[in-house]
Design a protein around this ligand. Sequence first.
Ligand code: PMP
Length: 464
Amino acid sequence: MAFTEPAGAAAATQAPPQEMPQATHQVPPQTGRAAGPDGILRRQAQRESAARTYARSLPIVPVRARGLTIEGADGRRYLDCLSGAGTLALGHNHPVVLEAVRGVLDSGAPLHVLDLATPVKDAFTTELFANLPPALAADARIQFCGPAGTDAVEAALKLVRTATGRSGLLAFTGAYHGMTSGALEASGGAAEGRVTRLPYPQDFRCPFGVGGPEGAELAARWTENLLDDPKGGVSLPAGLIVEPVQGEGGVNPAPDAWLRRIRDITASRGIPLIADEVQTGVGRTGAFWGVDHAGVVPDVMVLSKAIGGSLPLAVIVYRSGLDVWAPGAHAGTFRGNQLAMAAGTATLAFVRENRLAERAAVLGDRMTAALRGLAASHPCIGDVRGRGLMIGLELVDPDTGAAAPALAAAVRQECLERGLIVELGGRHSAVVRLLPPLTLTDEQAAAVLDRLADAIPAAARRPR
Ligand code: PMP
């Protein structure tokens, strides 16, 4: 893909190639306070928690959005490659999502129903099951969880612990599963608990120093050996949880052969395999589910983000044989979000009908190839990797090869000034991440790449 147009700092205010509607509403009136974005941002900084995250690096007050484009209260427009941390498979306010939400609102259906059956929920479950790996769908159960991905992770861990009567868990270096205690314990940042940490294969910073299929095979052997070693210090666990592509961990795709080995290792030992597809699901990686690339059928799938069509929804789907927990074993008031289910049904159907997973694969390959071309002339880009429209660039110190988080933060800032929103991730927060909507057009992809291509040398030129 060619970089079609040079993008300067003025690009942030230019209309991007996007179907942004004319303004249909005004910024809500403020009462007796500075109404502009500066006042809002100032009050946010004063009143919100020190733990706030995206708000620190993205001083934007979004007031309108459509597709890839988000517009701030100051009138500036941005190409949003953060997409609600990978939630917006169809971008902002996609017409089919809006129509589905309006349909529920106009129908008079109750918006809150705990976990009762409704036609909206029935349609969601039917559409979701139609898209699951067939071998799982044939014998699956679904549990609607609290609205966040992390709650579904908790449910998955509870499910396999109940079903196996065991408590240990296998999880990976670099993993991210959420912020509640069980999910956090399974994530790479945790240092203690009932979790045994296994090496996740990485080509760029391979823990075994070899990378490629050999590094992945060594990682699998380590897992196998640890489980079979009577003095290895690891008893048979309740489950193994894995991301088909580590997102927050720095966009590390699991090699297909390795994932199949993990499936074999777990299946032959009666260890339930939990695929955390919170970020990889619904076409993001170029297949409907991240596990589809390897042809692996997990015992449990954890789903959130895109399945709610931009509204909060989280579920687990699992083999019926695991369904031995008691009524109320995983409860919660907010398990029946009707608007999210309707938006999710519309999103799942749109992705399926328009083969957006295939589109993500094609476009992702092209964007990754273009970024590799960019890396060839910019030694500060140490690695370009990803799968489908889950893409990462690792910024490094060209002299030492060490991860360069300050440079990555500067790239994010330069991108913002050029009207492009990107996220950082990775072990050292040195990976610039792109998670654009699957509806991205060729022109939009070119605009994203242009702005990034312009931002990287500008960031590298900044005094350190
Ligand atoms: N699992 C994965 C793979 C994720 O990427 C995330 C969120 N980034 C979560 C779980 C947690 O989801 P939530 O933030 O909705 O709790």
